[in-house]
Design a protein around this ligand. Structure first.
Ligand code: NAD
Length: 505
């Protein structure tokens, strides 16, 4: 007899709710079994969430910033107390190893820590005496109801990037997480309630395109933050903007690591294997393309890379020794393996083939072994497109100029790294490269929470980044007040001056 799977429901107005007619499968990627099903919501579910948000948001916005920050403090403590159970839940739906799942939560928590200081970020500006008896000040006000749509690969970090700031500045936030690993987002919302957030301020609705479209079209949703693949990011951006919303939409990536002849190759190999294969390559800041400068650098790098890659341990999420676990779904595993075949067909040299990898005792798991290609060229589709799997491609460049042009000419522009001991080359590269986040001897340059995160070109649509002050700007409106308190003696000067555009003289 088939065992009933767990149902994952929306989290609306402080409780789980919703009867769905369509469902999405939630796998355990370690075994390949369907462990739960998530009800895919419709417009009416969103309407209920919006109604609860409308009821809750004005009082939340009127709560002074310090009290709002105190909720964030309590939330931080609760997340820390629940770190183990959250990491296990996350890993069981995503497939990443436990230590990496904790990193996912921790990087989100760092934005919550930033949000604990929100009173400082919300302080306006003031000019006394801007004109005769005139003072000018600016203040930031929340937008009202805002929404976030998030990808499968960081089910804790990316929601926290968004709602940490959005809520702290006084909005109500509706999260539509990935339908592949929706349990942690619900848990994150439950913990917020425990931390003292009023019901209706943070809610979770599940779904696919139908729910996304409902969010994009809903007149009460004033801003949408999206993170996912580029075509969908572009679609979300266009539809959301057409509906008059503020939209930031982060997309895919193809990050390059430039290796100069003077780089410390042992350091590069350690960093590169982690950045290319960690989380099975399912990171928008992974480093799937390495560009050694000069044939000699390429040969030496390849020689060191091969044994390092062969030594990688692929295992289940709970294997503390494993470097990475399974990929998220059977469809994604098939997609990655198709790309590997495409690379062969395009004429790249397949040095290590990760296809057909099975783990004893977990034959149904969605594992892909580490894969290495050499002699990849910029004309190949496997170079131009995002594979999002444990596949590292070597693109050999003859000169620094040629290497430096590659990431700039690529359609994506999320992250890039240069490995060198030459400060001048690094500086030139940093200045010139057409990419949003740059690492110098740092393979995954994800900015800390008090800076901000965002790529260029097809990696991001819209003009504000995630978190930091950019996040505060995205989730608030600026109001500028020009005030005069007359002394009762009337307006000074010539009455006809009132017809002339005011200047400060
Ligand atoms: P995805 O684009 O398939 O899904 C992202 C979100 O969009 C999900 O919530 C999903 O339900 C929704 N969605 C899916 N299809 C849709 C459609 N047709 N119309 C409207 N909405 C739709 O992305 P994913 O596979 O979950 O995540 C991986 C992608 O996200 C990769 O491309 C990765 O590079 C990217 N990513 C980017 C960043 C960044 O900050 N730039 C960070 C993490 C992940």
């Amino acid at each position: 007899m088939a065992t009933a799977v767990r149902d994952i429901r929306h989290f609306i107005a402080g409780g789980t709710s919703g009867e769905a007619t369509r469902f999405g499968d939630v796998f355990d990627p370690n075994t390949g079994r369907i462990q739960a099903r998530v009800g895919l919501g419709v417009g009416a579910d969103l309407d209920r969430a919006v109604e609860a948000a409308l009821a809750a948001q004005p009082a939340w916005a009127a709560t002074n910033p310090q009290r709002r920050a105190r909720v964030m403090f309590r939330y931080k403590e609760l997340i820390e107390q629940n770190m183990d159970s959250l990491a296990h839940l996350l890993a069981s739906e995503h497939g990443k190893v436990i230590a990496d799942a904790k990193g996912d939560i921790q990087r989100g928590l760092e934005v919550i820590e930033y949000a604990c200081g929100i009173p400082q970020a919300l302080k306006g500006e003031y000019t006394q005496g801007a004109g005769p008896g005139i003072d000018v000040y600016s203040l930031r006000q929340p937008l009202g109801i805002v929404a976030g749509i998030t990808p499968f690969n960081f089910p804790a970090m990316i929601p926290m990037w968004m709602f940490g700031i959005a809520i702290a500045v006084g909005n109500a936030f509706i999260l539509k997480p990935s339908e592949r690993d929706p349990s942690v987002p619900v848990r994150l919302a439950e913990l917020m309630l425990e931390a003292g957030l009023p019901e209706g301020v943070l809610q979770v609705v599940h779904g696919d395109k139908e729910m996304v479209d409902a969010i994009l079209d809903h007149p009460e949703v004033k801003a949408v933050s999206f993170v996912g693949s580029s075509d969908i990011a572009h679609y979300v951006y266009q539809r959301g903007v057409a509906a008059g919303k503020r939209v930031q939409a982060m997309g895919g990536a193809k990050n390059h690591g430039i290796v100069m002849p003077d780089a410390d190759l042992d350091q590069v190999v350690t960093e590169l294997t982690g950045a290319a294969f960690g989380s099975a390559g399912e990171r928008c800041m992974a480093l799937p393309v390495v560009v050694p400068v000069g044939e000699d650098t390429a040969d030496r790098l390849r020689q060191k890379l091969i044994p390092a890659i062969e030594a990688l341990r692929v295992g289940v999420s709970t294997d503390a020794e494993a470097h990475y676990g399974p990929v998220v779904s059977p469809q994604h595993k098939a997609r990655i393996e198709n790309y590997i075949q495409m690379g062969v067909d395009e004429g790249a040299e397949l040095v290590i083939d990760g296809r057909g990898f099975t783990l004893q005792g977990h034959e149904g798991g969605f594992f892909v072994g580490p894969t290495l290609f050499d002699h990849v060229s910029a004309k190949m589709r496997t170079y131009q497109e995002e594979i999002f799997g444990p596949v590292l491609q070597i693109v050999r460049a003859k000169s620094f100029e040629e290497a430096a042009r590659l990431p700039s000419d690529h359609a994506y522009g999320n992250g890039v790294a240069i490995f060198t001991r030459n400060g001048h080359a690094a500086r030139e590269f940093v200045q010139r490269v057409e990419v949003g986040m740059v690492g110098v001897n740092v393979p995954i340059p994800v900015p800390v929470a008090y800076h901000s995160f965002g790529g260029w070109k097809r990696s991001a649509f819209g003009d504000t980044n995630q978190y930091g002050m950019e996040g505060v700007r995205f989730y608030t409106k600026t109001k500028v007040v020009t005030q005069r308190w007359p002394d009762g003696a009337g307006v000074p000067g010539n009455a006809n001056d009132a017809f002339i555009i005011p200047t400060m003289g």
